[in-house]
Design a protein around this ligand. Structure first.
Ligand code: ZN
Length: 413
């Protein structure tokens, strides 16, 4: 299993000296635990996990572990299931994050001569601002586009001769398709892509690489732990190097919580080693991966690798750039007259595009059924953010189960 280095253990022990005094969140979570008893990796592995739900319950600033005057910024995760999570940052946290981000860009082969077009969103979300800070720390030229407006993206890409594109995989694909459609391949100067590591297929990756003429690197991170930038793939494109001087990685069995040996797939659990504003101890990411037991040929063995994320251990559905839970689908169904509660979500990749079909049972037929399908698709779009193909089926058509009914069938990749 992952071996905690002495340097990591020292950082954790140091953090624990005053953690409960500084943080009401951990005073409560570790009530009855004397943190000075944690003297080894084995002791550490007995500590309870932190969950996203714990952070939600601490909304808005319950996880803050520094005085107000030390907080310089907050970010927030999307509130897809209701309450968002707010993460406070100190000046040191912001600086550490920029340092890691710049390190990512260097591993991806970027230099201060690059012109880096940033297409992820700015604002509460961590991606846009994170990239911006990393690019500036590297000394490269940031082109802070933000999302959307493909016309302008392509114009700036040509006029400014952008050499690096940063994007989600979905948006990178869209841009790649537009470049091909408009025959712009010879007019652009892109050489690298740094892509947020949502779960995506090799076929999509290859298309983006060949249509844009770039080499792609997967950047990893999550809002709760700085944001993107805590790890990235290298020129070997075989796993993600994690910055072990800032985060400690464990992979656990999602059912039992036991730490797994290297090489076995489970859920990634992260501990921040230096974070001040909102330290996180044994935070369950729900991302499924494994720790690589072998050294990377690139030689960056100080940053151990995890494999590409293969999925999530919880049931969040990610499709067409939006995230939702089955519970939200149920809310949509409840909103539309004529829909029953029974539904099934089918997600397929057709020509590299995600196609989301929402089957639902209804007693309606003919025009009434069509009206109901249309209305459900609209409600879904309004509440969740993407448009499904809503398809009414006769009552009793969908399978029933005495246990938990499987409602999501994802055949992508
Ligand atoms: Zn490597």
């Amino acid at each position: 299993m992952a071996v905690m280095t002495n340097a990591q253990l020292d950082l954790i022990k140091n953090e624990f000296k005053t953690l409960k005094e500084r943080s009401p969140f951990y005073a409560k979570k570790f009530a009855g635990i004397d943190l000075s008893d944690v003297q080894s990796q084995e002791d550490f592995e007995k500590l309870p996990f932190s969950e996203k739900n714990d952070l939600r319950e601490a909304y808005p600033l319950g996880i803050q572990a520094v005085p107000d005057e030390d907080v310089v910024r907050i970010h927030s995760s999307s509130g897809t299931t209701g309450t968002p999570v707010i993460i406070p940052y100190t000046a040191q946290d912001v600086s550490d994050w920029a340092e890691m981000f710049a390190r990512c860009l260097k591993i991806a082969g970027c230099t201060n001569l690059d012109r880096i077009q940033i297409t992820p969103g700015y604002g509460l979300w961590t991606a846009g601002i994170g990239f911006q800070a990393g690019v500036e720390r590297l000394g490269a030229m940031a082109i802070p586009m933000g999302p959307g407006n493909t016309e302008k993206q392509l114009k700036m890409m040509q006029d400014l001769k952008s050499t690096v594109i940063t994007a989600t995989s979905s948006y990178a694909l869209l841009l790649a398709e537009e470049i091909t459609k408009r025959n712009l391949r010879d007019k652009i100067c892109l050489r690298k892509g740094v892509i947020g590591s949502e779960r995506w297929g090799q076929k999509t990756r290859e298309r983006i690489q060949s249509e844009m003429g770039i080499e792609i690197y997967d950047i990893y991170g999550l809002t709760e732990i700085y944001g993107p930038g805590i790890g990235i793939s290298c020129d070997e494109h075989d796993g993600i190097h994690m910055f072990s001087d800032y985060v400690y990685c464990e992979v656990i069995d999602p059912k039992t919580g036991q730490v797994l040996p290297d090489g076995e797939e489970g859920e990634l659990v992260l501990t921040t080693l230096r974070k001040q504003g909102a330290p996180l101890i044994r935070f369950r990411t729900h991302d499924l991966t494994s720790i690589r037991p072998d050294d990377c040929p690139c030689g960056r063995n100080e940053y151990p690798r995890i494999n590409m994320i293969t999925g999530r251990s919880d049931d969040m559905v990610k499709v067409k750039g939006c995230n939702f839970f089955p519970a939200q689908v149920e809310e949509c169904l409840a909103f539309v007259d004529g829909c029953s509660s029974e539904y099934q979500i089918q997600i397929e990749a057709i020509n590299d595009r995600d196609v989301l079909t929402l089957f639902f049972e209804t007693a309606l037929t003919g025009e009434d059924k069509e009206r109901c399908e249309k209305q459900l698709a609209e409600v879904f779009k309004a509440k969740i953010g993407c448009t499904p193909n809503a398809e009414g089926v006769p009552m009793g058509e969908l399978p029933r189960s005495t246990k938990k009914t499987q409602r999501v069938f994802d055949s992508r990749y």
